[in-house]
Design a protein around this ligand. Structure first.
Ligand SMILES: C[S@@+](CC[C@H](N)C(=O)[O-])C[C@H]1O[C@@H](n2cnc3c(N)ncnc32)[C@H](O)[C@@H]1O
Length: 270
């Protein structure tokens, strides 16, 4: 596949080519993956032996960010794009454990996530969840369909956790984030985690090279400054942009996890 083809591809259900959702599932020890995904997962672990713990650290960041947003920021609506396969502590489970009325719209472009989406749609009244099969590169479609469940006159947390590194520069990732954040009112939040090229740089270059050699969708590593640009015009909450494991860890164990992603949570000002 050429770079151009892979950039424009919406993942088909091809089990012979590794897909990000299934590779991530394999790294996390899940069962919804195929031989090609497991081989790609193993290649990333060879390049960076801490990758299993690093993926778990990303998942833990997602849970802490949702918990912070629900408990401390008072957010009751979430737009979780690049959801991944259902795992422990999905966004609606964490949010609704704090506030049962939370509404969550999940979005992914991989048909395997759609096939497993029922597990994400388990919310009970007064909360609600829905799932949209859509591409982050088509924010208009996402916003239009999400409006069936979310009230865009009220604050929304836009979750882009471990997905922006799957968007090539040519697809204008900064513009995509701006479009999403322009659609939500003041008091909304953006949460991002993103694979880094300035943490463990040699191992990360090898990890990306090995993954991109095999996978249908290429990974783009970015540095702290490039990832900071996603938060332009927003107010970062403490501790700013940090390694995923250093973003408000709940224990020394969480803080000690190897982290290969930068992460941050920011508020849209009035
Ligand atoms: C590494 S997983 C992250 C899952 C979850 N957000 C987490 O952090 O645990 C990335 C997910 O983004 C999805 N994805 C990749 N490119 C996408 C795109 N252009 N639009 C929507 N989803 C995309 C993949 O299918 C995959 O499920």
């Amino acid at each position: 596949m050429t770079d151009e083809q892979s950039r424009n591809a919406t993942p088909a259900f091809d089990t012979s080519v590794p897909h990000p959702a299934r590779v991530y599932n394999a790294i996390l020890g899940g069962k919804d993956n195929y031989e090609a995904d497991r081989a790609a997962a193993e290649a990333t672990i060879r390049a960076f032996p801490g990758n299993v713990a690093a993926a778990q650290a990303n998942r833990a960041f997602l849970a802490r960010a949702v918990s912070y947003l629900t408990t401390e920021a008072g957010i009751r609506q979430f737009l979780d794009i690049g959801t991944g396969l259902p795992s422990a502590d999905n966004t609606h489970e964490v949010a609704q454990a704090v506030a049962p009325g939370c509404r969550v719209v999940y979005v992914d472009n991989d048909p395997i996530v759609l096939a497993h989406a029922r597990a994400l749609l388990t919310s009970a009244e007064p909360g609600a969840t829905s799932y949209i099969q859509a591409d982050l590169r088509d924010p208009g479609k996402i916003l239009q369909q999400a409006a069936q469940l979310l009230d865009f006159t009220q604050p929304v947390a836009v979750m882009l956790v471990a997905v922006l590194h799957l968007i090539a520069d040519e697809d204008n990732p900064y513009q995509l984030v701006n479009t999403l954040m322009d659609a939500v009112p003041a008091g909304s939040y953006l949460a991002v985690s993103h694979l880094a090229n300035d943490l463990y740089p040699e191992q990360m270059a090898e990890l990306a090279r090995g993954f991109n050699e095999q996978a249908a969708v290429k990974v783009v590593l970015r540095d702290h400054a490039e990832i900071s640009r996603f938060f332009g015009g927003l107010e970062l909450t403490d501790p700013g942009i940090a390694q995923v494991s250093s973003w408000r860890p709940r224990s020394n164990l969480e803080a000690a996890a190897p982290a290969i992603l930068w992460a941050g949570v920011a508020r849209k000002p009035a």
